[in-house]
Design a protein around this ligand. Structure first.
Ligand SMILES: [Zn+2]
Length: 293
């Protein structure tokens, strides 16, 4: 009788076949990089867990903070520091808060794809294709944007998604945790996929600074987080590598969190060797060097 144990058929190979990242140089004058990026989920991060949350108004209000206060404050801070970032926005957020999203675009930031309902792209999910295509459609309809970058909602991926994004012209993704430099994905058949700009888990503000009824966790003081963020950046500079932030305006747009982020970005700017850039810019740097062979 054939075995039904899934471990018997588990492939004995790495899950990601792409080789380690090439050590392409950063632009003139820089020896490391920071991909400054935000995930704009608004209420969709909560309804993705359970659509019934929509009627739990206080739970929804965590997401609502993003449009009312968090994002405008972050845009103001970035303008003051003269920084440009990438904002990955869910389609639902675009439909629910068009003015907030238009303000992000108008301020000159890059807009990326972050799904429609913020549903985790689980292999076998029957909403996988719809979630991606509805996200593209909302970006086009609301902002006239054809995104170059994609970050997976809840940071999960599957081969069907990787293939689908390649076919739809996505230039880079930012979800995998397996490197500290950009690299080129290889699809299962060996064909090239998008460029990966790996996120840095220690720069996920949600893990360190947001606690709610349906997402309970300890939150950490500024000194604690600043020491993590500085240590990660300083060692990355020594490696000549990159960090990628995963910041959420519903967390980092809160007063003490905003002060912390502003202080950290000011520190990063004082390190003259760190190139603080959008995903589009970092992916373009990779492509330039890749084309040279
Ligand atoms: Zn998200």
């Amino acid at each position: 009788m054939a075995s039904t144990d899934p471990f018997d058929t588990l492939p004995r190979r790495p899950a990601n076949l792409a080789p380690p990242a090439p050590e392409y140089p950063w632009p003139e004058g820089y020896s490391s990089a920071m991909f400054l990026s935000f995930d704009v989920d608004a209420e969709s991060v909560w309804t993705a867990k359970d659509p019934a949350h929509f009627d739990r108004l206080v739970t929804m209000s965590y997401g609502g903070y993003e449009a009312r206060v968090g994002t405008p404050r972050i845009l103001e801070m970035l303008a003051r520091l003269e920084l440009k970032a990438t904002f990955f926005i869910t389609g639902w957020t675009l439909d629910a808060h068009p003015a907030m999203c238009e303000a992000i675009l108008k301020a000159g930031h890059e807009i990326g794809h972050h799904g429609y309902h913020h549903l985790m792209p689980d292999p076998g999910s029957d909403r996988l294709i719809e979630e991606v295509d509805d996200g593209f459609e909302a970006l086009k309809r609301r902002l006239g944007v054809v995104p170059k970058g994609y970050r997976a909602p809840s940071g999960e991926f599957c081969e069907t998604l990787r293939k689908m994004l390649t076919e739809r012209g996505i230039v880079y993704t930012s979800s995998f945790r397996d490197d500290v430099r950009p690299y080129r994905h290889l699809l299962e058949g060996g064909q090239p996929g998008p460029i990966e700009l790996p996120p840095t888990a220690s720069y996920d503000d949600w893990m360190l600074g947001l606690s709610a009824r349906f997402s309970p966790r300890p939150i950490f003081p500024a000194e604690h987080v600043m020491s993590i963020w500085k240590d990660e950046l300083d060692e990355t500079r020594d490696w000549g590598a990159m960090v990628t932030t995963v910041l959420h305006p519903q967390c980092s747009g809160r007063p003490m969190r905003l002060r912390l982020l502003r202080d950290f970005l000011t520190y990063a700017q004082s390190c003259k060797d760190v190139w603080i850039a959008t995903g589009e810019e970092i992916a373009a740097n990779f492509r330039r060097h890749e084309a040279k062979g």
